[in-house]
Ligand binder design. Structure first.
Ligand SMILES: Cc1ncc(COP(=O)(O)O)c(C=O)c1O
Length: 408
């Protein structure tokens, strides 16, 4: 029997989807024309599924900084910071991020995935408890699996359930770390962070917020949901990524906790992997400068997000519970979702197809992520296409138009 036999069921599903033209899991951008347009299958296509929230991937300053670093410092660091040394720019980026988040400490990782893997597997260990929102991102679950803490899940965005579970642990020794996300990546809903912070305070736990989708998006200065909700003082650790609003790749954790730097020699996903190349560091630092200096980026993003969310909701489609730069439409079954996604792509609109069990509502989702760089015309075109395809496929008129149900 083949070593891959255990994947036969998965292979079957993959083959079924792979038979479709185009295959939703093998989309290729033949050309990138701008941060919001590309060529797919020879067709000019609006990109509405890229997490490029501030549109900075094609920013001239970010590119210039990146090219300069590439020419001056080479293509890569070829080693880990612990074993092979840091470049000055790694430290400078950590200082920039610490200053931006008004924290004392920052550690930069090679991806956002590794930031969660590293922090969750290291901060809590044997005898400690990790209390996770049930709809946490895979990187949070994988971090939990890599570490040795006992893992407890609470109902998605339910502070009462969180409170109940923590109360049961009241007399149990060990540290307790609660982990939530600022904006959840599938439905674009926001964590009830004020209520969660209150539970954290009352129960004496630590609180980590993954601001992957909310950094540069929420808060007066773009620091994310903790800033927007006014609870930054209650958040002990913020993790995030450079791969969304900052348009590059990498991840980070910022904190004020005393002794933070010991993590540099305890955290395996930080220690045993190559550090970020200087070109990536340079574009990330420039993107952060733009994020800080230009609040109009955030304002444009919010306008675009609200316009898309309202447009799809008014059509009668089932959107998520909050308007945010992630706007998802739930459909009743997988075959319909695949046909819908395909029709949009054929008409020049690319977004993400998310299928159960990866979706919180256990319904297939058409997931859009909006950018500050989208023009009003592009958003209007997206709404128009959604409407036309929904009518063609008989989706409109049958749905309630109610928000997507959240998982219990
Ligand atoms: C909530 C959340 N955390 C972490 C990550 C991982 O970030 P990266 O893709 O930069 O590794 C993602 C990626 O989508 C995410 O959605």
């Amino acid at each position: 029997m083949s070593i891959l036999a255990k994947f036969s069921q998965l292979q079957q599903t993959y083959d079924q989807l792979g038979a479709l033209q185009p295959n939703p899991f093998a989309v290729t951008f033949e050309q990138i024309l701008s941060s919001t347009e590309g060529v797919i299958d020879g067709r000019r296509t609006i990109l509405l599924g890229t997490n490029n929230y501030l549109g900075l991937t094609m920013d001239a300053d970010c590119i210039a900084q990146s090219v300069q670093a590439l020419q001056q410092q080479g293509t890569g660091t070829t080693g880990s910071r612990v074993a092979n040394g840091s470049y000055a720019s790694h430290r400078a980026l950590e200082q920039d991020l610490a200053k931006f988040f008004q924290r004392q400490h920052c550690m930069v990782f090679s991806t956002g995935y590794q930031a969660n893997l590293g922090m969750l597997s290291t901060l809590v260990g044997r005898g400690d408890h990790l209390i996770l929102d049930a709809d946490s991102h895979a990187s949070i679950y994988d971090g939990a699996r890599l570490g040795h803490a006992e893992v407890i899940r609470f109902r998605h965005s339910d502070p009462d359930d969180l409170y109940k579970r923590l109360r049961r642990l009241k007399d149990t020794p060990g540290s307790k770390l609660i982990v939530v996300e600022g904006i959840y990546s599938m439905l674009g809903d926001l964590a009830p962070l004020r209520e969660i912070a209150q539970v954290k305070r009352e129960m004496g736990a630590y609180l980590m917020v993954d601001e992957a989708h909310s950094m540069g998006v929420l808060g007066e200065h773009g620091r994310g949901l903790a800033e927007a909700a006014g609870v930054e003082a209650d958040v002990d650790f913020i993790v995030g990524t450079f791969s969304k609003s900052l348009g590059s790749v990498g991840g980070f954790c910022v904190a004020d906790i005393e002794g933070f730097n010991v993590l540099r020699v305890a955290c395996r996903p930080y220690m045993f992997t190559a550090s970020l190349p200087p070109s990536i560091i340079a574009s990330t630092r420039q993107a952060l400068r733009h994020l800080e200096a230009d609040a109009t980026l955030r304002a444009r993003l919010t306008n675009n997000a609200n316009h898309l969310y309202e447009g799809l909701r008014e059509l009668g489609l089932q959107v998520g519970p909050h308007a945010s730069p992630i706007v998802s439409v739930a459909l009743e079954d997988q075959a319909l979702a695949v046909r819908f996604w395909n029709a949009l792509l054929h008409n020049g609109l690319y977004l993400n197809l998310a299928l159960p069990p990866a979706t919180p509502s256990n319904k297939p989702l058409l997931r859009a992520s909006v950018s500050a760089a989208h023009s009003r015309r592009q958003i209007d075109r997206a709404i128009q296409l959604f409407g036309e395809v929904a009518v063609q496929l008989g989706v409109l008129g049958t749905g309630s138009g109610a928000p997507i149900a959240m998982v219990a």
